[in-house]
Design a protein around this ligand. Structure first.
Ligand SMILES: *Cc1c(COP(=O)(O)O)cnc(C)c1O
Length: 395
């Protein structure tokens, strides 16, 4: 098999070689448990502490406010379930958006089954939440607002700092899922005005299975995992030392090259869109084009299914995704695209292309070359595409 052209960086990224190198000794010679008192364990504890300090500094937090988790899903679950549990005497109402990751949406559904009430705020046609809508949705019994920083499907960057002002004024805790923005956008927990923030290393060239939650001091929350009292009792379980060390390094590297990567990826992304839109009829962009992650392109091609485009591109060695990886394989259209107001029948024909460090101009040009004939072939076979009638006229 030839070289794979990987254009699915929102789904996961390869571990940076420098990150892998720094992790290696913590699997082998330096395998001590950081909760022990002899020097082998102490070395691990120091490595964890150093990582904690480095990450805290990057996001404007105190080291004690960083809690390591198994990833973004755990951090999201914990923020919602832990707050719901700790604050149930104050109220049972939570506010989130219609376009959150499943790690948030499935968790609030679980809470609804247990008697909590959830407001899912709508978004505009570009995928943006209106901070005024947050203000209007807050009630005396609201215990948490959870709005993602950047969306994993359409890359929309939400006005978190403005929403943070609203929640601060109302005295309601605020959580943001920053899994897609960490390592891609500058993050400062005080500028954003958040009390909790989720991150996951494998989205920024770190290892899978490690993430964190920023937990502002005095935030009311109960632990999700009980046991050995690690992380000041907030999150039990032996520390994933290689993962923690690797995540800190990955965040440091991503932060250092953030500005350059953003410029390069946005230019390639725009070149891709220009090339595709010039060569394909009835192709549309999903999501706001201004407030958007640099490497994200989400498009919709009338008359064909996202899944069939993915399979055809895979035969050319190109990896892309439709919606989020979690919904791939299901026939449900993406909840994010539906929330943008895209009709069900069009939401099926969407493709998410996410660029990253390995993406070259040659990759983009190859995509521009192979994709239009794929669209033509699929449309020829499509029962819902007729070149000269409804679909085309509807544009
Ligand atoms: C990937 C992702 C998650 C889940 O993170 P994991 O570490 O894979 O569990 C949560 N939220 C968003 C926005 C994501 O993109």
């Amino acid at each position: 098999m030839g070289r794979v052209i990987y254009l699915d960086h929102a789904s996961t990224t390869p571990v940076d070689p420098e990150v892998l190198e720094i992790m290696r000794p913590w699997f082998t010679e330096e395998f001590g448990n950081p909760s022990t008192v002899y020097s082998l364990g102490l070395a691990s504890a120091q490595a964890v502490q150093q990582a904690r300090e480095s990450i805290a500094e990057t996001i404007g937090a105190e080291p004690e406010e960083i809690c390591f988790t198994s990833g973004g899903t755990e951090a999201d679950n914990w923020a919602l379930l832990g707050t719901a549990d700790a604050c149930q005497k104050k109220g049972r109402h939570l506010i989130t958006s219609a376009i959150e990751h499943h790690a948030v949406l499935e968790t609030v559904e679980h809470l609804e089954k247990r008697g909590y009430e959830v407001t899912r705020l709508p978004v505009d046609g570009g995928g943006l939440v209106d901070p005024d809508e947050v203000r209007r949705a807050i009630r005396p019994d609201t215990i948490l607002v959870s709005i993602m920083h950047a969306n994993n499907e359409i890359g929309t960057i939400e006005p978190i700092a403005e929403i943070g002002k609203v929640t601060r004024e109302a005295g309601v805790p605020f959580h943001t899922d920053a899994v897609q923005s960490a390592g891609k956008l500058p993050l400062d927990v005080n500028e954003l005005g958040v009390d909790m923030l989720s991150m996951s290393a494998h989205k920024f060239y770190g290892p899978k299975g490690i993430g964190l939650m920023y937990l502002r001091k005095r935030t009311r929350i109960t632990p999700l995992l009980h046991g050995g009292g690690q992380e000041k009792g907030f999150r039990a379980g032996t520390h994933n030392v290689p993962g923690i060390v690797g995540m800190a390094k990955a965040l440091e590297l991503a932060t250092n090259r953030m500005a350059d990567d953003a410029v390069r990826e946005a230019a390639l992304r725009d070149r891709l869109w220009d090339g595709l839109s010039a060569n394909i009829d009835a192709i549309h962009l999903n999501g706001d084009m201004v407030s958007r992650l640099p490497g994200n392109l989400n498009l919709r091609v009338d008359g064909i299914e996202g899944e069939s485009m993915i399979l055809m591109l895979d035969m050319d060695g190109i990896c892309v995704s439709s919606g989020s990886a979690c919904t791939t394989g299901s026939l449900e259209p993406s909840h994010v695209l539906l929330a943008l107001g895209i009709p069900q029948e069009h939401a099926h024909g969407s493709l998410r292309i996410t660029l990253g460090r390995s993406t070259t101009a040659e990759d983009i040009d190859l995509f521009i070359k192979v994709f239009p004939p794929i669209v033509t072939r699929l449309r020829e076979m499509s029962p819902i595409w007729c070149a000269n009638c409804v679909c085309k006229q509807r544009n």
